[in-house]
Design a protein around this ligand. Structure first.
Ligand SMILES: Nc1ncnc2c1ncn2[C@@H]1O[C@H](COP(=O)(O)OP(=O)(O)O)[C@@H](O)[C@H]1O
Ligand SMILES: [Mg+2]
Length: 250
């Protein structure tokens, strides 16, 4: 079953077609790898599906019921969608733990006034930070984290964003979460993604490392110049001549 489907969506920036009449679908409970050369439209597609920017034409079908033209930023979580950003966005002057707490409480401003909920938020923050191996760093300022730790905190923020009071997300977009990570940290992110799948969640992953894609993904979508170049199971897609050419041509 498809949880998310785009119908001929287009986004252009001053004549550059970043996403060009693209129709793709994402299967519920699966990990889909979104690959393609730099500038092929991967981040733009995620930005469109998470309401950061608006489509120029086409529509999006969410959970096979709602066909929408506009996904607005404040509605994204109502659709059960959450994400990481390719360029990590942290509150630099805040503690690591506060970077998580602010996400948890933002989704529950009213309930965060109550002591029992404060305790709930702290427990949840601890759980998230342990999951991304940053619990020991909880009282450091975000700006003092290493590059890899920043990427992990971004993943932690996605997890925090996804789980408030019974309004869990179903769809997770991760835009190059492995970029520049050492193997130990990669393992942590792989663990987070595998765990999401075990929970029946849908994951859409942008990643350049083909070994990671092969290891994790059930399906692959290859973009080139904002268009679909190939789609299907990894062994089929990655053996296609045109896919290899698109990469080698970079
Ligand atoms: N905000 C923007 N303004 C102008 N051009 C953009 C913007 N975002 C993306 N683009 C252009 O759209 C194309 C696709 O970019 P992007 O989606 O970031 O590719 P990818 O993530 O696959 O590397 C590129 O040509 C890029 O320069
Ligand atoms: Mg990108």
């Amino acid at each position: 079953m498809n949880i998310l489907e785009t119908k001929k969506i287009t986004k252009h920036f001053d004549g550059v077609y970043a996403v060009d009449g693209l129709s793709v679908s994402f299967e519920k409970g699966k990990i889909t790898g979104l690959i393609g050369p730099n500038g092929s439209g991967k981040s733009t597609l995620i930005n469109l599906l998470t309401g950061v920017i608006q489509i120029n034409a086409g529509s999006v079908v969410i959970s096979s019921k709602e066909e929408v033209i506009k996904i607005l930023p404040h509605e994204v979580s109502d659709y059960g969608i959450t994400r990481t950003f390719q360029e990590v966005r942290l509150f630099e002057q805040m503690l690591v733990i506060d970077n998580i707490l602010v996400v948890l409480t933002k989704r529950n401003v009213f309930s965060s006034l109550f002591e029992t909920h404060k305790k709930f938020h702290l427990e949840r923050a601890e759980e998230v930070l342990k999951k991304v191996d940053l619990w020991k760093k909880r009282n450091d300022l975000a700006k003092n984290l290493s590059y890899g730790q920043r990427k992990l905190l971004e993943v932690g923020r996605m997890l925090a964003m996804s789980n408030g009071f019974g309004d869990d997300s179903d769809i997770f977009f991760l835009d190059e979460p492995f970029a520049g990570l050492f193997p130990e940290m990669r393992k942590i992110v792989i663990g987070v993604i595998r765990h999401l799948k075990e929970q029946g969640k849908t994951v859409i992953l942008v990643e350049h490392n083909i070994d990671i894609i092969r290891e994790l993904c059930d399906h692959i979508i290859v973009l080139d110049n904002g268009k679909l170049l190939a789609g299907g199971i990894p062994s089929d897609v990655l053996s296609k001549r045109e896919v290899m050419d698109a990469y080698l041509g970079e």
